[in-house]
Design a protein around this ligand. Structure first.
Ligand code: SF4
Length: 77
């Protein structure tokens, strides 16, 4: 997502952060992709960053117990 936004350096930082998440705390690949698909269709997304919380959505989505910060809760665990 950050790569597509032309933010290669930020994408590398996000990938490193995700690699540090313990396996038992990581989302499954299916869950991760589903969450990012939702973010891609969300008006709050801007260059890989969520307008609701200011986080990199790739990192947020990679944590199994994370959730969307919107009051609509567009995705959950
Ligand atoms: S509000 Fe939720 S769905 Fe929208 S970009 Fe942020 S995390 Fe993704």
């Amino acid at each position: 997502m950050l790569e597509k936004a032309g933010e290669a350096d930020l994408a590398a930082i996000a990938a490193e952060r995700i690699s540090l998440i313990p396996d038992e705390e990581k989302s499954s690949e299916e869950l991760y992709r589903s969450r990012l698909d939702t973010c891609l269709a969300c008006d709050e997304l801007n260059a890989g960053i969520c307008g609701r919380c200011g986080c990199f959505v790739e990192i947020r989505a990679a944590r199994k117990h994370s959730s969307c910060p919107s009051e609509k809760k567009l995705w959950r665990q």
